[in-house]
Design a protein around this ligand. Structure first.
Ligand code: NAP
Length: 219
């Protein structure tokens, strides 16, 4: 059995993530893809949204794909989120026979040397570095050096045009009241509108009953 582990902050999840997971599933013939929203990421310079919101948005976004599921494994673990712990916990649930493919952004994988136990990580799973077209495997090769040379078959590049969408851009759009339609599933857009996520002025403007909430899809 081959299982994709889609690791990310998902703040918020968008179509770039969903297209990446589906492309990896089809291309690598994965039996399923489990989305794992991070708990407390060790490396973030901004205040990440509460895990419960990121988890719920990921559940809403993945609901209609029978091959997708969402795991709470990172958010339920105490302390910082390290991928080595994610893999250990999922190994316990899935058993020793399953082959893991850890799918995440190429930029995140470029930093793998700074992660906890990089050698052990590469023996525990194959890494799928998702990027928009133009990103080259040479860059990964250059940055990772010997780690890449010794593990060539365990680090692969997956080019996904839809990754031009970014969570940072979605957050900035919401904060400045610009449309997010077609960048993420409608259910997620409604969740963001109803909870006031990413809006600095939310404490003064709402929600006082649902009528004050703008409709993110029709407004
Ligand atoms: P990030 O640095 O916020 O993301 C880097 C880039 O990758 C961004 O452009 C991001 O786009 C994109 N990206 C993130 N997740 C993606 C996914 N699943 N598919 C496609 N593109 C994705 O990275 P992050 O989200 O915080 O972390 C990514 C994963 O690496 C998580 O599972 C995290 O736990 C793990 N990680 C582990 C360690 C460690 O063990 N020490 C350290 C760092 C990260 P968006 O902003 O649009 O998502």
């Amino acid at each position: 059995m081959k299982v994709g582990i889609m690791g990310g902050t998902f703040d918020p999840i968008h179509y770039g993530h969903l297209v990446t997971a589906e492309a990896a599933r089809v291309e690598l013939q994965l039996d399923e893809v489990v989305f794992v929203p991070t708990g407390d990421p060790p490396h973030k310079s901004y205040a990440v949204t509460e895990a419960k919101h990121r988890y719920l948005m990921t559940v809403l976004a993945t609901l209609t794909n029978p091959y997708f599921s969402v795991s709470r494994v990172d958010m339920d673990r105490e302390g910082k989120t390290y991928t080595i712990d994610t893999l250990r916990d999922l190994r316990i649930s899935y058993g020793p026979e399953v082959e893991f493919y850890f799918i995440t952004g190429a930029d995140a994988i470029l930093e793998i040397l700074t992660w906890k136990n990089p050698e052990e990580l590469l023996s525990a799973c194959v890494f799928i570095a998702a990027s928009r077209p133009g990103h080259s495997l040479e860059r990964i090769q250059e940055v990772l050096g010997g780690l890449y040379t010794n593990n060539k078959d365990r680090i692969r590049l997956l080019q996904v045009p839809a990754l031009a969408i970014s969570s940072t851009d979605v957050r900035e759009r919401v904060a400045t009241r610009r449309p997010i339609r077609y960048l993420l599933p409608e259910t997620v857009a409604y969740y963001i509108a109803k909870t006031g996520l990413y809006r600095d002025d939310w404490h003064t403007s709402g929600p006082v009953g649902h009528t004050t909430v703008e409709d993110p899809v029709t407004d």
